[in-house]
Design a protein around this ligand. Structure first.
Ligand code: SF4
Ligand SMILES: [Zn+2]
Length: 333
């Protein structure tokens, strides 16, 4: 193993104890850098809404200046965060392109909102459907049957898929060790059909393909660093506008917003969002997704809620995936 930064050979004597990707010197420097970044994020979050809007507009403008208006697009989910992003971006560039990935696992309220945005609110939206390179249509059900269910979290699903499909005993042993070290509690599910492939098949690949077809070079995303540990970690490393550093260029100009900012903006500008939020949902993601469901309160988890609010969709879910839920020990009744 070599240090990620200075490429020095890593040994027991020079490895940075809390991050084995670095030598002690680089690890220490990186940790100082991250502390400073945390402070920056804190200061950005403390700004008032007015200043945040100005900063967000500046970041969007940077993406447009860098790539050109016809080379950027809003990655649009129809949810409240991306609707706020859309509203700000459209105030600057009214016809800016939005791409919406219909995962075949959307709440009807999301689809209704997308139709409204496109047909009545003048938003320039292209909907992409999950098809593979040969034009074969993918659905959530097909993904689950082919690869496994997206359950618990992206990382756990990924680890279980790696374990189940390991090509050599050594890879299998490593994957098992990884599961044990990082999420011991989930070790008992490691032989069940769980996989993280769903997002790739239903969302990322169709969006990527359309972006390539239209020769788009940068996605503008309405994600907040506060949404998850992973998103915050990513912001600390890369910031809001990530150009030419990774495979895909991205602008995340709402990163430093909080959920309260989003709600305040919606109220202040009277923004229309899917009715789902009035039904007590705090997110509009995929209906049947299992990521994070184990952390929800039993009796009020997303599937139990679905039973009350969308009985037809719940029955479909139960008939097709109910047997898996009992294996995952998720209460759906
Ligand atoms: S959010 Fe969940 S259900 Fe939706 S595409 Fe991603 S993994 Fe699949
Ligand atoms: Zn180093």
């Amino acid at each position: 193993m070599i240090c990620k930064k200075c490429l020095k050979e890593l040994t027991d004597d020079n490895i940075y104890p809390s991050d084995h990707r670095y030598c002690i010197t680089c690890g220490t420097n990186h940790s100082t850098y991250l502390s400073e970044r945390k402070q920056t994020l804190k200061s950005l979050r403390e700004m008032n809404l007015e200043s945040k809007i100005i900063q967000t507009k500046y970041l969007i403008k940077c993406a447009v200046m860098e790539f050109g208006l016809n080379k950027v697009y809003i990655s649009y989910s129809g949810g409240k965060d991306s609707t706020v992003l859309s509203h700000i971006a459209k105030s600057m560039y009214p016809n800016i392109l939005h791409l919406f990935a219909n995962t075949t696992n959307e709440y009807p309220e999301t689809l209704k909102h997308i139709r409204w945005e496109s047909e009545e609110n003048g938003t320039n939206i292209i909907t992409v459907f999950p098809k593979d390179i040969h034009g074969k249509v993918w659905t959530f059900k097909k993904v689950v049957e082919t690869y496994g269910y997206p359950m618990f979290s992206k990382r756990i699903s990924n680890a279980i898929r790696t374990y189940r499909h390991a090509r050599s005993p050594r890879t299998k042993a490593n994957a098992e060790e990884y599961i044990n070290r990082n999420f011991k509690k989930y070790d008992k599910y490691k032989n069940l059909p769980i996989s993280d492939k769903c997002c790739d098949k239903l969302k990322k690949e169709p969006l990527r393909r359309k972006a390539k077809e239209l020769e788009l070079e940068c996605a503008i995303l309405g994600i907040l660093a506060s949404e998850s540990y992973q998103r915050e970690k990513d912001w600390l490393e890369y910031g809001c506008n990530v150009f030419y550093k990774r495979k895909d260029n991205q602008s995340r100009p709402l990163s430093f917003w909080t959920n309260d900012d989003i709600l305040e903006y919606i109220k202040r500008y009277n923004i229309q969002i899917p009715k789902l939020y009035e039904m007590g949902y705090t997110r509009n993601g995929c209906m049947f997704c299992g990521f994070g469901v184990q952390l929800e309160l039993d009796g009020h988890n997303r599937y139990q809620k679905l039973k009350e609010t969308h009985p037809a969709q719940y029955n479909y879910f139960l008939n097709n995936f109910g047997h898996l839920m009992s294996k995952f020990e998720i209460n759906v009744a």
